[in-house]
Ligand binder design. Structure first.
Ligand code: PAF
Length: 283
């Protein structure tokens, strides 16, 4: 497995793969890898000749400098996990390798056709511009046939699908299901920042979400939403930032009557750590 930090080296590797007619699969990450990432990598290895992973804590998608500073980083451990999973190449650039000074101040502006007005987009202004900025750059450099994203970041996934369609990119986006800890807690690099007690309490998030599926037929979306928020807020350490029931395609809120393809998306602070999760709510 090669670890590359420079764009020129990456380009020359890609040229070799292309001239050898290899299919390239790609998993973009910010490192601090866990089993959720590894499941994407394993799928990528299975479905392609070459599996490339990027590890880049993208500064332009953080709207909170403390969150950026505290984002866990461990290239050595990540590389060991990737090597075992069968990855061929890790691209781990420095921010200056990727961005000009102007780009670093996030002047990028993508038209999200409204997908960014709710949930993560509403609470993390500029976040999705940063995501599209980096993912489009990486896609342009690597030109993968397939790229793998987890459904935990459901809104991100919807936005990546929109990006590929609007920018007419030739990459197929593969949606991969959420991988959970045994307690049900959705795997996240941020879980590493939870204390043992917080981790126990954080398991309540998925528990309440899963239970809420039993109430779809007997409550309105608004009632269900309030029920979930109250139950989670009643758990020590947990404070809901938002819980929205939305249409899984338009991401527009479902308020009065249920629609097919409803999904409940949540962001919760567990102490200072912000966690997200989601559940399909099919009436
Ligand atoms: O989901 C993530 O880890 C990031 O948003 C991504 C897609 C790697 C872009 O920085």
């Amino acid at each position: 497995m090669k670890i590359i930090h420079k764009i020129d080296e990456l380009k020359s590797e890609i040229e070799t793969y292309r001239s050898d007619k290899k299919n390239i699969g790609f998993v973009p990450t910010m490192g601090a890898l866990h089993e959720g990432h590894i499941s994407l990598v394993q799928r990528c290895v299975q479905e392609n000749d070459i599996c490339i992973i990027s590890i880049f804590v993208n500064p332009t998608q953080f709207n909170n400098s403390e969150d950026l500073a505290k984002y866990p980083r461990d290239l050595k451990q990540d590389s060991e996990m990737l090597e075992k999973a069968g990855c061929n190449l890790v691209f781990n650039p420095d921010p200056r390798e990727i961005y000009t000074e102007a780009e670093l101040s996030n002047t990028f502006n993508f038209d999200f056709e409204g997908l960014d007005q709710v949930m993560e987009g509403k609470f993390r202004p500029g976040h999705f511009n940063g995501v599209v900025q980096i993912v489009s750059k990486l896609f342009n450099l690597i030109q993968p046939q397939k790229a793998y994203f987890g459904e935990k970041d459901f809104q991100q996934l919807a936005i990546i699908h929109l990006m590929v369609t609007k920018l007419k990119m030739n990459t197929e986006i593969v949606d991969c299901q959420i991988i959970r800890e045994q307690s049900g807690l959705a795997m996240s690099s941020r879980n590493a920042r939870l204390t043992t007690e917080q981790r126990k309490n954080a398991a309540q998030i998925s528990k309440v979400l899963f239970e809420s599926r039993n109430f779809v037929l007997q409550s309105s979306p608004e009632e269900l939403k309030n029920r979930v928020i109250t139950q989670i807020n009643n758990t020590p350490d947990l404070k809901v930032e938002y819980f929205e029931i939305v249409d899984s395609e338009s991401l527009q809120p479902i308020v009065n009557t249920w629609k097919r393809k409803a999904i409940g998306c949540i962001a919760v602070f567990c102490g200072e750590v912000r966690l997200i999760d989601n559940v399909r709510l099919n009436p």
